[in-house]
Design a binder for this molecule. Sequence first.
Ligand code: OGA
Ligand code: NI
Length: 382
Amino acid sequence: MLVGELSCKLNKFRQKLSAGWRGNIMEHPRNLGLGGSLPVPNVQALAADVTPTLLRRYLRPQPSTGGVFPTATDVEAGLPVIDLGRLLDPGLAGQEEAAKLRLACEDWGFFQVVNHGIAEETMEEMKRDLVGFFQLPLAEKTKLAQHKDYIEGYGQAFVFSEEQTLDWSDMYYLNTQPPSYRDLRFWPSSPSSFRLSMERYSTETQRVATHLLRVMARNLGVQDAEKLTRIAATQSMRMNYYPPCPPEERDRLLGVSPHSDAVGLTLLLQVSPVPGLQINKGGVWIPVDPIPGALVANVGDVIEVLTNGRYKSIEHRVVVNPRQERVSIAAFHNATFGPSPLEEIVGGGKPLYRTITVQDYVKLILSIKLQDKNMLDAMKLP
Ligand code: OGA
Ligand code: NI
């Protein structure tokens, strides 16, 4: 075979490889078999008119409180705060902030992001339109109800059995990035500015996620930053509505059960200044006090796997509030590729997690949720 011919073949092969790689990323999440949820009562409606029979499905055998809670001052001193403006500074300030980010990822897996450059208007419009959506009459919202085979729409996540203890929240879920992933049948026409607000907010959070991932790659010594930034190529939004709960049951209800995020990187906006989010740090539930305007970032399971456990995906939950409703938006940066520990991080060491295809990863997420087990334990190699 001539050298020219050979190099032409090689080029074709490379093109195929990179198309495969892109193909993998661009697989629509709906086609991955993530499955749907059983229909459950609408919690917002239930909270307005509590019936003991329905309420029973939400009560947990164990109270959610108890144990040692740190004081707010301990928490403020602890939870790292990353200034994105400083992080992007090409000089010394950037290096200092990058070192802070490294510690935040290694020690906490959770941090708040301030000075993220998202215009206040963009944040306020998103908040206003989402609250406006949740205020619509139930009949309007249920026009956007989830279909039985996929998570997108208004409803709840991962309810598999009639026996399962339910979360005290409603969920509205949309695929937002890339634009080709959007299924506009699930996007509301009211409030009329919702679509535009979401478009702007989604683009901005994707930008913030990409910046954070790029610095993480540098901190980890990963030369090809795209190995991490491609996590931000796809994004979906989980919008949560937590109605006030019956005061006498507050200890036996949870807004969201303990879980870690199966995705790559989450950026959470707490729409109302009502606390609720708690993270499990060394066996203690630590409340996250929302800094107004900040985003709460957390490392998801995919980053824990890619970094071979150097960055931890931390378990968290949401507690309920008897007086005030709470609204939040979790922007999940998804990585629709099969995660595996990155070679340059494993080095001469031992990979701690399995290498898995995206289809198998999605199947694993579902079977784990069904069995109430821990995703990362299932990914760990013996
Ligand atoms: C989630 C989540 C926390 C919150 O949606 O995965 O953890 O504060 N939400 O709503
Ligand atoms: Ni979460």
